[in-house]
Write a protein that binds this ligand. Structure first.
Ligand code: APR
Length: 311
């Protein structure tokens, strides 16, 4: 029996639940929100697709009742406020730190062995906060940002290459922020062929630039931050854990010297399996990438410093 709890039944949490149910990723999913009735309503709506789509995953919605999350294998945290047009993810820290801290404490009372996937923003700092609050081993806390940023990178890459979205490769490392993420254009590829040999340099640079403001672009269009891809990226991580897929996914992980950084969570390539982050994959960045990574880490450290009152 596999069980997943999603805390926060807003746009991202409900989408993640829907992907887990339609993909039949887990046996049981619990959707919890502090707002009376919201999670029950969303769970009921999603479960009414079960007969139409022939689904066997069971989803239940609960209002703030953590007893229902008991013995979850994975807990996805999406609770908190999203950004509005013009806001950066970092500006959410004041409100979201308090929410993520209390949610983490409640979750662990009922599921002490769970692996936690953090989606709430500012995601790298919230992932770090969960480490500080929980004291869990580092493999059991995973920040989702890099998976989403890499998916956006591959989307823009597929448009530029006029390629099928499933046939392009690309990875984004660094912080999950408009100015801190690093789309690694050097490794972008179309079925193994370097994208740099297929696209003019200025177009490849535009793919990277569009990726970096990918979230902000959607926030401007939608009036709130995106949910389909963030929810699906969270579900991708849950599937990798529950099904022990050993997938290489960019994730925010606690670094202890890898890439020359420590005491922060930031996006790096990780092998995700039944034990969570089973390995941080390290490889040689070139001088320019190294400089960008250290600058990104500096910015994440700066945001983390704002947690001082919360931890
Ligand atoms: N416990 C449980 N749920 C909570 C709590 C709490 N303490 N505080 C807030 N919530 C719930 C809200 O009631 C709301 O339903 O979290 C949900 C957030 O949903 P949305 O406002 O729709 O936000 P969403 O777009 O889903 O984004 C959630 O993910 O991508 C990030 O930046 C985004 O931090 C944001 C998070």
């Amino acid at each position: 029996m596999s069980k997943v709890s999603i805390i926060g039944a807003g746009n991202v949490g409900a989408t993640c639940a829907n992907v887990l149910v339609t993909g039949q990723v887990a046996d049981e999913v619990v959707l919890l929100d502090i707002k009376e009735g919201v999670s029950e309503g969303k769970a009921m709506d999603i479960m009414q697709t079960a007969n139409i789509l022939g689904l066997n995953t069971r989803l239940v919605g609960v209002t703030n009742d953590y007893a229902m999350t008991e013995n979850s294998d994975v807990v996805v945290i999406t609770s908190g406020i999203p950004r509005k047009p013009g806001m950066t993810r970092e500006e959410l820290i004041g409100v979201n730190a308090g929410i993520v801290k209390s949610v983490t404490e409640n979750v662990l009372k009922h599921s002490p062995n769970a692996i936690i996937v953090c989606i709430s923003n500012p995601m790298d700092t919230m992932t770090y906060l969960i480490h500080k609050v929980s004291g869990l081993p580092k493999n059991r806390i995973i920040g989702m940002g890099g998976a989403l940023d890499s998916a956006r990178f591959k989307y823009f890459l597929s448009l530029a290459l006029e390629a099928n979205a499933t046939e392009v490769e690309g990875i984004v490392i660094g912080g999950h922020g408009d100015t801190t993420m690093i789309p690694l254009t050097r490794f972008a590829a179309y079925r193994g062929i370097p994208a740099s040999s297929l696209l003019p340099a200025d177009l490849l640079a535009k793919v990277a630039a569009d990726t970096m403001v990918g979230g902000a672009t959607l926030t401007k269009l939608l009036g709130t931050s995106a949910w389909y891809a963030p929810g699906a990226a969270g579900a991708q991580m849950v599937a990798a854990i529950l099904h022990n897929q050993k997938k290489l996914i960019s994730a925010s992980a606690l670094l202890e010297g890898e890439y020359g950084e420590s005491d922060l969570c930031i996006g790096v390539p990780c092998i995700i399996g039944r034990n969570g982050i089973e390995k941080i994959v390290t490889f040689d960045l070139n001088e320019e990438e190294k400089a960008l990574f250290h600058k990104s880490a500096e910015a994440v450290h700066k945001t983390n410093a704002a947690l001082a009152g919360a931890i």
